[in-house]
Design a binder for this molecule. Structure first.
Ligand code: FDA
Length: 395
C-alpha cells in the first residue's frame, strides 16, 4: 500500500498543473495516468505548437450551465500567470492572431516545462497505470490500480473528457462522479466540423480546401473568422466555434460578405460597370473558384446576364442568399475529431473555490471533465491551468 496526501488521476494539462500547485505547498503528490505518455493532448494541440493561452481570456469565453462558476479560478490564476511560467522556462512563443499564444517551437516545450515543475516540487508522475477501483475509506480514498494499491487523503479527477478516444480519452471522470452520487450533464462534441447532406457535399465537390472569411451565427451567437470547405463538410475556425452553440436540427446563418452591404455594392457596380456579371462581383471578395460555384448553384438564372439587366429584386435575392445563407448541417464529426466535450460533471456539485465535490469531501474534479468549455483560441488550456492551480492551492 502506497500512501500519499494527494492522488491525481490524469496527467494532462489540469492534472499536471494541480500537481505543481499542491506539491509547491509541501503535499506529497502522485499523478497516475493510463496512457503511455503524459500530456498527449498538449502535444497534439495547436498543430503541434500548443495554443497554450489567450491574452484576452474572460469568463465570457466559456460555456457552462453556470456561467459564473469559472470566474473564481480564472481570476486566481490568469493568462499572465501562465505566461510568466512560460517565460521563466525561456520557452519562445508568439501571438498568432486574436490574442492566441503558441510556442515558436514545439508543444513538447510545454509538457517538459510542466514535468520539470513537477519534479522540482517532488510530484511523482506515472504512466501506464490503469485504475480498477476507487473506494472511500475513513482515511480518505483507496485506489486499486495496475501499479498496486494507493491510499490518499485527497483524490483529484483530472481525466478530461471524451474527445479523441484514440488519444486515451475516456468517460472515467463521469463514472467516478456518478459513483459518488454527483450529477453529470449530457455531453456532446464541441469545436468540431459539421457534416453535410450528400446533396450539399455534391454541390461543393471540388471546393475542398477553399476558405472564406465569414460571419457565422446560430442561437444568437456569432463568430467572424474563416470557414473551410472539406471533403466531409464544413470546418474552419468560425465553424468550430459555432459548433459549440449548435444543436441538432438548427440551421446556421453564414454571411460571406461581413464587411459590406452586398445589395448596395451590387447597385453601385450596376451603375458604374453595368456589363459586369454576378460571379465577377462575388470574386472581388471570395476566391474565383467559390464565386463561380456559388453563382452556378444559387444564381443560375442570372449568371448569363450583366448586372444592368438584373432587377432590384434579383439583386436583393442575391445579397440575401450570400449574406444570410441558411445552412442545415446533418450533424458533426463527433468526438472522433472534436477538440472538446461540452457538458460533463455539473458545476453545482463542486465548489468553485476548492473544486471539492459538495457530496463527497476529499474528492475533486478539475479541467475538462467539468461542465466548463472554452472557445477556440487557447481558452481550454487556460481553464485547465486555472482550475488545476486553484484546486492544488486548497488541497
Ligand atoms: P486532458 O485530456 O488534457 O488530460 C486527461 C488525462 O487523463 C490524459 O492524460 C488521459 O490519458 C488521462 N486519462 C483519461 N482517462 C483515464 C483513466 N481512465 N485512467 C487514467 N488516466 C486517464 N485547447 C487549447 O486551449 N488550445 C489548443 O491549441 C488546443 N488544441 C487542441 C487540439 C486537439 C486535437 C484537441 C483534441 C484538443 C485541443 N484543445 C486545445 C483542448 C485541450 O486539449 C483540452 O481542453 C485540455 O487538454 C483539457 O485538459 P484536461 O487536463 O482536463 O484533460
Amino acid at each position: 500500500m502506497q500512501k500519499r496526501d494527494v492522488i491525481i488521476i490524469g496527467a494532462g494539462a489540469a492534472g499536471l498543473m494541480c500537481a505543481i500547485s499542491a506539491g509547491s505547498r509541501g503535499k506529497s503528490v502522485t499523478v497516475l495516468d493510463h496512457a503511455n505518455k503524459v500530456g498527449k493532448k498538449i502535444l497534439m494541440s495547436g498543430g503541434g505548437r500548443c495554443n497554450f493561452t489567450n491574452y484576452y481570456t474572460e469568463p465570457t469565453n466559456f460555456l457552462s450551465e453556470n456561467e459564473h462558476f469559472c470566474k473564481s479560478a480564472l481570476s486566481r490564476y490568469t493568462q499572465w500567470d501562465f505566461i510568466s511560467l512560460v517565460e521563466k522556462h525561456e520557452i519562445p512563443y508568439h501571438e498568432k492572431k486574436l490574442g492566441q499564444l503558441f510556442c515558436d517551437n514545439k508543444a513538447k516545450d510545454i509538457v517538459n516545462m510542466l514535468l520539470d515543475e513537477c519534479s522540482d516540487v517532488g510530484a511523482d508522475v506515472r504512466t501506464h497505470c490503469s485504475i480498477d477501483k476507487v473506494e472511500k475509506t475513513d482515511k480518505g480514498f483507496l485506489l486499486t490500480s495496475s501499479q498496486g494499491k494507493w491510499q490518499c487523503q485527497s483524490l483529484v479527477i483530472a481525466t478530461g473528457a471524451l474527445s479523441i478516444p484514440t488519444m486515451g480519452a475516456t468517460g472515467f471522470g463521469y463514472d467516478i462522479a456518478r459513483q459518488f452520487g454527483l450529477k453529470v450533464l449530457p455531453t456532446r462534441a464541441g469545436l468540431v466540423p459539421f457534416t453535410l447532406t450528400p446533396k450539399l457535399l455534391e454541390d461543393f465537390e471540388g471546393l475542398s480546401g477553399t476558405s472564406a472569411d465569414a460571419l457565422v451565427s446560430c442561437n444568437g451567437v456569432s463568430f467572424r473568422e474563416n470557414i473551410l470547405f472539406t471533403h466531409r463538410g464544413l470546418s474552419g475556425p468560425s465553424i468550430l466555434q459555432i459548433s459549440s452553440y449548435w444543436e441538432p436540427g438548427d440551421a446556421v446563418e453564414i454571411n460571406l460578405f461581413p464587411d459590406i452591404d452586398l445589395y448596395q455594392t451590387l447597385k453601385s457596380v450596376q451603375q458604374e460597370r453595368p456589363k459586369t456579371h454576378i460571379n465577377t462581383v462575388l470574386a472581388e471578395t471570395l476566391t474565383k473558384k467559390l464565386a463561380d460555384r456559388l453563382t452556378e448553384l444559387w444564381f443560375s438564372s442570372y449568371k448569363e446576364k450583366p448586372l444592368a439587366e438584373l432587377s432590384n429584386e434579383a439583386l436583393q435575392t442575391i445579397a440575401t442568399q450570400c449574406q444570410a445563407w441558411q445552412l442545415k448541417p446533418t450533424g458533426t464529426e463527433g468526438y472522433r475529431t472534436a477538440e472538446v466535450t461540452l457538458g460533463g460533471v455539473d458545476t453545482d456539485e463542486v465548489s468553485s473555490k476548492t473544486f471539492e465535490a459538495k457530496k463527497a469531501p476529499g474528492l475533486h474534479f478539475i479541467g475538462e471533465v467539468l461542465d466548463v468549455t472554452g472557445h477556440l483560441g487557447g481558452f481550454n488550456f487556460q481553464w485547465a491551468w486555472a482550475s488545476g492551480h486553484a484546486c492544488g492551492q486548497e488541497l
